[in-house]
Ligand binder design. Structure first.
Ligand code: UD1
Ligand code: UDP
Length: 376
């Protein structure tokens, strides 16, 4: 029997994750339909990834766009439900922790379609983060919980998901990290095709790469200002390159009075091939992105995370990543200046075959529910 999967996605990191997973699903003979919610819609936040990573064009585009959490998630929920009622796939696949993730998972599970969650089990334990709410809720709705790390499996176990007593028969697998797959698959293409280094006249290893987009940083003027001030101080002595998320570009419009901030080289968001190049040639990465923290490590570049905590705690434990919360409690510049490579024996994110493992698991069909097993 051919399994049919509808993938619901809509934000930049989800396109990158889908690039390798979609390939693997199709190679396993699974029929996949892609539903783009429209959460991200600028060319540099969406189309560019479909083009350069060869992701199949979305079968449906819901065009939901931006809004408050309830408005955006609610609009997606309604539109995704409509598509699922028409298409009736065997499985709905969602990635990560965005509003598109939650909308896809909730719409599907309410009409009885089982949900597969890639990047299940991550926890920041900070319920003020919209992403934490999205991932906890999605994990509790999902049937297949496809975890990137051992810690993610343990986090789910602590919440009673997939443990021995899981009466719902949910299946938890540690498959590895699909973002590691993506860097393996597209790394060489990035080396061949990326022109960003020449375009920006960057010397190998001679700059600091920054990205910032978390609501907790962009929507809090004091935290945002501390980040801008730190980057301005670093830019007194070193080149700082900052591909800027549109949310952040909007937030800093009123912050041009930060002394020295004009020295920071702000550029539009770049495509994935350029981003891999920028990460791979940087001396240090400063970020609040989940994906960029890991990609810095994959590239062997130390990272400073501009947050109070991170889901990717393995990188803190092994010294590849250091937290620098922009809450006034630390000197971000000093932490960035002293950032150094971490332990070389850490191999925590799989072997680059997470996508194939996901396809193989989903290709087996749904696990039996515990109650069905008992009654037969
Ligand atoms: C979303 C995710 C976040 C993820 C990030 C990846 C949620 C709650 N947040 O955050 O987990 O890390 O995507 O990048 O789902 N905008 C544009 N053009 C676009 C997209 C956004 O101008 O193509 C601007 C709009 O002003 C919008 C704002 O960015 O209001 C925020 O966009 P949104 O998708 O709501 O959240 P992100 O901050 O992108
Ligand atoms: N990324 C990109 N261009 C950019 C910034 C980021 O291609 O200008 C990629 C980055 O390499 C990573 C992903 O986007 O693969 C991370 O997405 P983002 O930081 O938006 O979200 P998060 O991972 O925090 O959810």
């Amino acid at each position: 029997m051919t399994i049919s999967i509808t993938t619901v996605l809509g934000a930049r990191p989800q396109f990158i994750k889908a690039a390798t997973v979609s390939r693997a699903l199709r190679a396993f003979g699974i029929r996949e339909s892609l539903v783009h919610t429209g959460q991200h819609y600028d060319r540099s936040m969406s189309e560019v990834f479909f083009e350069e990573l060869g992701i199949p064009a979305p079968d449906r585009h819901l065009g939901v766009g931006s809004g408050t959490h309830a408005a955006q998630t609610g609009a997606m929920l309604q539109a995704v439900e409509q598509v699922l009622l028409e298409d009736r796939p065997d499985v709905v696949l969602v990635y990560g922790d965005t509003n598109s993730t939650l909308a896809g998972a909730l719409a599907a599970s309410k009409i009885g379609i089982p949900v597969a969650h890639v990047e299940a089990g991550l926890r920041s334990l900070n319920r003020a983060m919209p992403e934490e709410l999205n991932r906890v809720l999605t994990d509790h709705l999902a049937t297949w919980l496809l975890c990137p790390t051992d810690l993610a499996v343990r986090n789910l176990d602590r919440e009673g998901i997939g443990s021995d007593g899981d009466a719902l028969g949910r299946r938890v697998d540690q498959v590895g990290d699909v973002m590691f797959d993506a860097t393996r698959v597209f790394g060489e293409l990035s080396t061949l095709r990326s022109t960003v280094g020449t375009a920006l006249d960057l010397e190998d290893g001679g700059y600091v790469l920054a990205t910032v987009h978390r609501a907790e940083n962009t929507d809090d003027p004091r935290r945002l200002r501390r980040i801008l001030e730190a980057l301005a101080r670093i830019a007194e002595r070193r080149t700082v390159v900052w591909p800027m998320h549109p949310r952040t570009a909007r937030a800093i419009e009123g912050a041009v009075d930060v002394p020295g901030f004009d020295r920071v080289r702000r550029i539009d968001p770049v495509g994935y091939l350029d981003m891999l190049w920028l990460e791979g040639h940087a001396d240090v990465v400063l970020t609040d992105s989940g994906g960029v923290q890991k990609e810095a490590y994959f590239a062997g570049v130390p990272c400073v995370t501009l947050r109070d905590e991170t889901e990717w705690v393995e990188l803190i434990d092994t010294g590849w990543n250091r937290l620098a919360p922009p809450d006034g409690s630390c000197d971000i510049v000093q932490i960035a200046e002293s950032a150094a490579p971490g332990r070389s024996d850490f191999v925590g994110y799989g072997d680059g075959a997470a996508s194939e493992r996901i396809a193989a698991i989903l290709g087996e069909g749904p696990p039996p529910r515990r109650s069905e097993t008992i009654s037969t």
